[in-house]
Design a protein around this ligand. Structure first.
Ligand SMILES: C[S@@+](CC[C@H](N)C(=O)[O-])C[C@H]1O[C@@H](n2cnc3c(N)ncnc32)[C@H](O)[C@@H]1O
Length: 283
């Protein structure tokens, strides 16, 4: 098995229950905003990639015809099925699948969405290509994830303390990098939203069962970050004196253009000789 996949499974088997009960993750207003950004109809078939405990898939199921949630790790999928049973939802199914090789033919879904997982992928471009492939022409592909600084020093520093806490964290991308991924995947950006999600550092460290010496190192890095403003992460003590920081989150919604539009972009980029000089009035 791929070593990174093994690391993912190890981490998310360990974290499954604590992750699923984190109030930030459970928050139905948050998953509801993602649903709103994509505006599914009652005819739509939706795929959620890296579904974890399934909150996003279950939120889409309140509107869409059918929702499928996939994940590499069995433990969160078991939590997702439990959540589904508790809510009595029948138009969702959860199954095991790898985001790098989705087991569906081209164009199988109207909406393909992935929340809080791109920072775990070694090749986010490959996953995005798979999401685009299984989406139909005219369908929507959305990624929501935390973002790092546009400055390499800040991004490296931030990713360092994230990786110390969870070794399956590869790299949070900057907004610019995510936008470039969308451009390279030939998606038309149809929506973009930024927001902050507050994390209580102690709770966040408990979720990953981080060892106490590593936890101490992470607290030091975060406090230094607050003092020196290295990564651009908002860091503060809350009213009860708990150390907190905010994940800077982005939601990007892309429209998958049809084959005709993609073929046309070649004509636009490389117009035939003399075409650029033509007077539009005379055409
Ligand atoms: C931080 S959780 C996010 C869960 C959920 N999307 C949410 O918003 O709460 C990341 C999830 O990504 C899954 N994952 C990581 N790499 C994956 C891959 N290659 N294919 C499918 N799932 C993957 C993990 O197993 C884990 O459940």
């Amino acid at each position: 098995m791929d070593t990174h996949d093994a690391l993912i499974r190890q981490e998310f088997t360990k974290q499954a229950d604590a992750y699923a009960s984190n109030p930030t993750i459970v928050d139905s207003d948050w998953s509801g905003r993602l649903v709103e950004s994509l505006g599914p109809t009652s005819d739509d078939r939706v795929l959620e990639v890296a579904t974890g405990p399934g909150y996003v898939a279950l939120a889409f199921a309140t509107v869409a015809r059918e929702v499928v949630g996939v994940d590499l790790t069995d433990a969160p999928l078991a939590v997702a099925r439990r959540n589904q049973a508790d809510r009595g939802v029948t138009n969702v199914s959860f199954q095991s699948a790898d985001a790098k090789a989705l087991p569906w033919p081209d164009g199988s879904f109207d909406i393909v969405v992935c929340r809080l997982a791109f920072h775990h992928f070694e090749s986010p471009a490959r996953v995005l290509a798979e999401m685009v492939r299984v989406c139909c022409d005219g369908g929507k592909v959305a990624v929501e994830d935390m973002i790092a600084s546009e400055q390499a020093v800040g991004a490296d520093y931030y990713n360092r303390w994230e990786r110390l806490r969870d070794p399956s964290h590869v790299s949070a991308l900057s907004l610019g990098q995510l936008v470039s991924l969308y451009r390279d995947a030939e998606l038309e950006i149809a929506g973009l939203r930024l927001e902050e999600r507050t994390q209580d550092v102690e709770r966040w460290l408990r979720t990953t069962e981080t060892a106490s010496d590593t936890g101490e190192k992470i607290r030091r890095l975060i406090r230094d970050d607050a003092r020196r403003q290295i990564s651009g992460t908002p860091i503060f003590d809350d009213l009860e004196g708990r150390l907190c920081f905010s994940h800077r989150m982005v939601t990007i919604v892309g429209l998958k253009r049809g084959e005709d539009a993609i073929a046309m972009s070649d004509d636009v980029t490389h117009p035939a000789a003399g075409e650029d000089d033509a007077d539009p009035e005379e055409q």
